[in-house]
Every structure is written in structure tokens, then in C-alpha cells.
Write a new protein. Structure first.
Length: 83
């Protein structure tokens, strides 16, 4: 009879612990949602992103030159570090 009472007490303690965790997590989600709503209401509007200027042919040439330099560096690195 003592084993049954011990098992019953263990199950009751488990249910109490799981219930407490469930209630805590539910309250946490509700409070987080409410905080998000409050902050969204009082937060300033984010600044609009600046318009990106059109790319000039000089910058396109620099990008092509940069890609060529990076490609040459990778080629040289792979030649030196072959297994």
C-alpha cells in the first residue's frame, strides 16, 4: 500500500510542476506580446532607406577589376595548397 501512495504523490507532484511550467510559459507569451504591442505603438518610425545611386561605368569597371584580382588570388592559393 505504501508504494501506491508514493506513486500517487509522485504523479501529483509531476502534474503540479508541469502545470506551473505551463502557466508560467503562457503568462510569458502574453506579457511578451503585450510589450511588443506597446513598444510598437510608442517607438519612432524607422528612417526610410536612402535611394541607391545608379552605378556608373567606372564603378562597374572597378568591380570587374576586383573580381579579376580575387580570382587570381584564389588561383594562386589553390596552386600552393594542393594536397
Amino acid at each position: 500500500m505504501q508504494d501506491f501512495e508514493l506513486l500517487e504523490e509522485g504523479l501529483a507532484l509531476m502534474a503540479l510542476g508541469m502545470g506551473f511550467v505551463f502557466v508560467f510559459l503562457t503568462v510569458l507569451v502574453i506579457v511578451t506580446t503585450l510589450m511588443s504591442l506597446v513598444l510598437r505603438r510608442f517607438a519612432p518610425e524607422p528612417p526610410a532607406p536612402a535611394a541607391t545611386p545608379a552605378r556608373s561605368p567606372a564603378s562597374a569597371r572597378q568591380d570587374d577589376e576586383l573580381m579579376a584580382v580575387i580570382g587570381a588570388a584564389l588561383h594562386r592559393y589553390r596552386q600552393r595548397h594542393r594536397r
